[in-house]
Write a protein that binds this ligand. Sequence first.
Ligand code: MG
Length: 386
Amino acid sequence: MKGLAILGATGSIGRQALEIAGDHPDRFRVVALAARRDVEGMVAAARRHRPELVAMSDPGAAASVREHLRPLGIEVLAGPEGLAAAATAPGVDLVVSAVMGFAGLEPTLAAVRAGRTIALANKETLVAAGPLVKAEAARSGARILPADSEHNALFQALAGVDRAHVERLWLTASGGPFRGFTPEQLAGVRPEQALRHPNWSMGAKITVDSATLMNKGLEVIEAVHLFDLPVDRIGVLVHPESLVHGLVELADGGFIAHIAAPDMRIPLGWCLAYPERLDRAYRRLNLVQAGTLTFEEPDRRTFPCLRLAEEAGRIGGTMPAVLNAANEVAVEAFLRQQLSFPGIAQVVESVVTVHRAVPLEDLETVKAADAWAREQARRVIRSISR
Ligand code: MG
């Protein structure tokens, strides 16, 4: 039996991880659940999966959840320490890291320091603090399994490949709901349009990131850290069918690709079962019905977020953390209709342009860069929307 801790248990990834755990009670036991403030979602998940420990980062939500779960004798902790306790609870073998955004960094780092295996769905952790997370993992022996579908595809495609024979890794991108749009068309798009992803069902923040192509840019930086390759050896292909998730291009001209239906339960199930494999499919793909697979060059001119992220990845140090923080603030402002869609890239560009990157010494360096970038981003948003 594998003991699971699920951080971000009430979000899209967390709920799907719980679904997989519930479908395979012979394999998985839910030991700990953590979330930010969704009381109803957490109470329902805890009643169904009966963890030993629950943590809510919002203290008010923790008090409310504690009240509801008292009859079940489930311990409920509050705050960031509560999340770290959930990530490192006794009996936890695998931590699903699916807290949204920069907030996922510290609990993930706690799990890494404790030497746990991590199914990493929170890409911001590696984007903002990749070198720190990797150094800690090397010290503790923690293993990081990528739950992000593209990186999961590459991880699987790389099995048995000598790294010296890898020419390039390719991440695919659906292109999002605005593929083929002109800058003029993008100027007027509204949050509800950005939230209508053609292939994947995901949370709001990542769906907007998919529409701006920032998601793919963050994934390039994530791949740099996961696979130890420079930005220039990680390519991006727009593949609107979202069936080929990642490709390894080899020195001899061959490619190894991973193909599956666009369903997060497939890479998540792989992470949960690793090094075994689930023996039934959540969604099976009929390649004849899938029809033609197409690939295009991404439009970095109309969707500058991809280019900005690639540049931040090349610079390294605190730059990716700054890019990520500015983007989080800009996406929130867009969702609240305080910023236009092209404004997201504009805010990110303004912030990264004035940032002087420094090497990532420690977690404090990352947190300071993150805080600085959020403040800068808010200032730029105020000046634009005036
Ligand atoms: Mg992805």
